[in-house]
Design a protein around this ligand. Structure first.
Ligand SMILES: Cc1cc2nc3c(=O)[nH]c(=O)nc-3n(C[C@H](O)[C@H](O)[C@H](O)COP(=O)(O)O)c2cc1C
Ligand SMILES: CC(C)CC(=O)C(=O)O
Length: 385
């Protein structure tokens, strides 16, 4: 693998994030790799976390890396992939053609997109602009969070790759409708309605650190006309149901991806309410600790949905083999969370691009050894276990 993670300053050194800053990354000096004793040479995405911990200020790193409660679900999101095995097939006569696919009509170079993540200036001064540019360079789709550091308009302008806007409904319907109209006007192709944060989970690392988003990462979408920040977490709407989905469809006028589904029951409710896609997720283990891995519940959701809408899976994807297993278990594409922010922290937009290149390289190797030439072949593959 040839991908690299050149260094860039984080928010602690870099000051306030603006969409304009990211272009400076390309000419910045190469990454001052770790230390003389421990040079930074990550060869897989799991190793990125330790490297990122050395460049992201500690409380910000804990916010990104951490989960809820005992972090059992966080660990289980990984462990569940380890319990399934890929069937080795080497006499099929097939050669990997490509990893390209599509989601809701949007072509992407590999079956992996960027999951929505708030406050990206915590990882790097370029924030969502860096992620947008890295995702576009990798040929994939970027999802911009409601609580992004940059305004949804600035994030949209940062790159011309495909993009979706993720919404958290607040208790203020006027504000919700306004956000949805702004997202449509800014050119987003779909709205991702996240339903697994009716309240924020018990994040003990954050409580211990007294963590709040630093001013440089304040979510610009929440600034009022006078430039003051509206309250965020207490503003979230705790009552979510089929009407919430109908509201987002009505005011956004775009396909709605319902994110945070983990059961057949909720999947069917979302389908009946007109969801265009379902994102199976437990929010990366950051919400309900003790819930099963997203990968564990994927077959249950796939059986309920029966191919009527596409399924996206997120949570614990770190290797090409995980992408393969998720697709073989019913996902159409997967979404990647934390490793994107680690790549961003270590290398700005190029770091994000490198993350997707790593994953694509690994996926190609797995596909060849498992006798799958295309993404469609992966989806027809059976697993052991
Ligand atoms: C730092 C951080 C911020 C996040 N912010 C959001 C958000 O604003 N909206 C959302 O729907 N999900 C958010 N998520 C959840 C991710 O979209 C995704 O479900 C999860 O990170 C996937 O797991 P992974 O990190 O193991 O890949 C966030 C996750 C992280 C790590
Ligand atoms: C404001 C937070 C709830 C953003 C988020 O989704 C997260 O940190 O997981």
């Amino acid at each position: 693998m040839t991908a690299t993670f050149p260094a860039r300053p984080g928010w602690a050194q870099g000051g306030a994030a603006t969409g304009a800053n990211y272009t400076a990354d390309a000419s910045a000096p190469p990454w001052r790799s770790g230390s003389a004793e421990r040079p930074l040479q990550p060869v897989n995405l799991l190793e990125l976390e330790e490297a990122a911990a050395r460049v992201i200020p500690a409380a910000g790193f804990d916010y990104i890396a951490g989960g809820a409660g005992d972090e059992w679900t966080l660990r289980e999101n990984r462990a569940a992939f380890e319990r399934r095995q890929i069937v080795q097939r080497v006499l099929t006569g097939k050669v990997v053609a490509d990893t390209a696919t599509e989601i809701l009509g949007t072509p992407i170079a590999l079956p992996t997109i960027v999951a929505p993540m708030g406050g990206q200036a915590i990882a790097h001064v370029s924030a969502e602009a860096g992620t947008a540019r890295g995702a576009a360079a990798a040929g994939t789709l970027h999802t911009v969070s409601t609580v992004a550091t940059l305004s949804l308009e600035d994030a949209a302008r940062a790159a011309d790759g495909p993009k979706w806007f993720q919404i958290y409904l607040t208790r203020d319907d006027g504000f919700n409708a306004e956000l949805l109209q702004r997202a449509r006007a800014a050119g987003y192709g779909a709205i991702v309605l996240t339903v697994d944060v009716p309240i924020v989970g018990n994040r003990e690392r954050d409580r211990r650190n007294g963590f709040v988003y630093p001013p440089a990462a304040a979510p610009r979408n929440f600034l009022d006309a006078a430039g003051r920040l509206r309250p965020i977490e207490r503003a979230f709407q705790p009552r979510l149901d089929a009407d919430s989905i109908a509201f987002v469809r009505r005011h956004g006028g775009l396909p709605v991806v319902v994110k945070g589904i983990a059961t057949a029951e909720d999947a069917l409710l979302a389908l009946d309410a007109g969801a265009a896609a379902i994102q199976v997720s437990n929010h990366g283990g950051r919400q309900l600790d003790g819930a099963p891995a997203a990968f564990t519940v994927l077959p249950e959701v796939a059986a309920a949905v029966q191919g009527r809408v596409p399924l996206i899976l997120d949570g614990g994807i770190r290797r090409g083999a995980d992408v393969f297993k998720a697709l073989a278990s019913g996902a159409d594409v997967v979404a990647l969370g934390r490793p994107v922010l680690y790549g961003l922290a270590l290398g700005g937009w190029q770091g994000v691009q490198s993350v997707f290149q790593h994953l694509e390289d690994e996926l190609r190797t797995v596909m060849q050894l498992a006798g799958a030439a295309t993404v469609a072949d992966i989806r027809r593959t059976r697993l052991y276990g």
